[in-house]
Design a protein. Sequence first.
Length: 147
Amino acid sequence: MKKNIIYINASGNISFVNPSPEYLLSNTLEDCAIKGLPTGSTYKIIDEALIPSDFIFLAAWEILENADAVTVNPDKAKAIWKDKWREARKPKLAALDLAYMRATETQNTSEIARIVAEKQELRDVTSTPIPGTTPEEIKAVWPEILN
């Protein structure tokens, strides 16, 4: 199996070092880690198969001290997923802002009330709980209003 060097970078996220096959002809992964990583870095050499293949939650990845695999911190993953919701609602809120202005110009109070309620529902979407702890379970939750 292919091995990778992983370490925690200065930002607190996981970084990878994948030396070229040519380098590995005359050096080991250990040599690469010692020479190529920032001084004092703690690193692990792990099987590539033990690294998640879905990079959506990269900022939620962690290296547990007593494990030789990358894990996904569910709380951080949920926060990342809710940021995706925020991005998805931006154009919806912008469209509603325009509709609100038009309804205000025509003094259409029922349309104004509908828009206000929909905007509030969009604002409240991030309070929707996300059950589950795996990336698959987290990604399975997508509020209908964001479609």
